[in-house]
Design a binder for this molecule. Structure first.
Ligand code: BGC
Length: 348
């Protein structure tokens, strides 16, 4: 189903698509390719929207902290918004202190994507297209991007990313859904249990740029190798926790880069029983514990969002890779195809 969600100041209409399959209900906006709502049942079969969002387009345009959005060209931070590739230095749009965050001022989250519905066997979904012009936000090369959202027969939400370029460039695409498995607007996720199969993470400086070190999680608040609640160690006076005002760090997944999506994280809300399992081809994930939510945004259900009312698990290559020669490369060259897949599975 397709309906008009709103109209931008320049007259462009933004549509909302509604899909359902295998017990999962998904609403997607052409603005930013944003997941506006994702509903799953609890253990008694009661549905709730487990992703943060707004009920109107104006709020998405004016103040969304990337709710549900597609992120590009470069998910996460690039130091000083600058990098050198093949001897040329590129200056990007800077939008996070002195750094570039999530692709700059007008990243993919603020673009109106072309959306095409499809059904394939028992799957249903949307293809989303955006062509990013050479030089957009300072990045080199025309980047042609195709993202596919699939709802499978089993109710999984699968995201496939593809991109090609006509000049050497850097790419790191992700989706920025904020999860609250008890339902958006229902309060903190500190009691959610989280497990991440990562023995290392990338510590950051005060500007949240990686130092380059791959530090062991053992003996730190970053050890989620066995499930623990998000709240358990979030108030530890660990320098990294203080920098992030909670968790806002890239975890180095033990599985590494894989050609097929492999499981790396489980989130569980003990009260509702809702469980989210995530698999990816990517080598890293940004675990962000909603630290910058400050009670000023009113969400889809009419309730204010406060600090820690959601978590994000953004699958990715590591932050600032274009300036970190020891990190897996994010360079894409003409003739190559960037590919990345992340699968979210729900149960209760
Ligand atoms: C970043 C946070 C940022 C948030 C919302 C996350 O991906 O890691 O630092 O505040 O996005 O902007």
């Amino acid at each position: 189903m397709k309906e008009v969600f709103g109209t931008l100041a320049d007259g462009t209409k933004v549509h909302r698509w509604s899909l359902e399959n295998g017990g999962t209900r998904l609403k997607v906006l052409s603005y930013g390719g944003a997941v506006q709502s994702l509903e799953t049942p609890d253990r008694r079969g009661r549905y709730a929207n487990v992703s943060l969002g707004f009920d109107n387009l104006e709020d998405y345009v004016a103040k969304s902290p990337y709710f549900g959005a597609l992120i590009g060209r470069y998910g996460n931070r690039i130091d000083q918004g600058r990098f050198t590739l093949d001897g040329t230095t590129y200056q990007l749009s800077v939008n996070d202190g002195e750094n570039t965050l999530h692709g700059g001022d007008r990243g993919f989250d603020k673009r109106v994507w072309d959306v095409e519905p499809f059904t394939k066997g028992s799957d249903t979904g949307l293809h989303l297209y955006w062509t990013s012009a050479d030089g957009e936000m300072g990045f080199p090369g025309t980047l042609r991007v195709k993202v596919t959202y699939t709802l499978t027969r089993g109710g999984d939400w699968r995201v496939d990313y593809e991109a090609t370029t006509d000049k050497a460039t850097v790419v790191n695409l992700t989706n920025h859904t904020y999860w609250n498995l008890a339902g958006e607007g229902s309060g903190t996720v500190e009691d959610h249990e989280l497990e991440i199969a990562a023995s290392r993470y990338t510590p950051v400086n005060a500007g949240l740029i990686p130092t380059g070190e791959l530090a062991r999680v053992a003996g730190t608040p970053f050890d989620f190798r066995r499930a623990k609640t998000i709240g358990e160690d979030i108030r530890e006076a660990h320098q990294q926790i203080l920098y992030g005002q909670g968790f806002d760090h890239n975890f180095v997944l033990d599985k590494g880069i894989t050609s097929r999506p492999e499981h790396f994280a489980t989130v569980r809300d003990p009260r509702s029983g809702r469980t989210l399992r995530i698999a990816t081809t990517e080598p890293g994930v940004q675990f962000y514990s909603g630290n910058f939510q400050d009670g000023t945004l009113v969400g889809t259900g009419g309730r204010a969002y406060r600090q820690g009312d959601a978590l994000c698990l953004e699958t990715q290559h590591f932050p600032d890779s274009p300036n970190q020669p020891s990190f897996p490369s994010t360079v894409l060259r003409p003739g190559e195809t960037y590919r990345s897949t992340t699968v979210h599975s729900f149960s209760s």
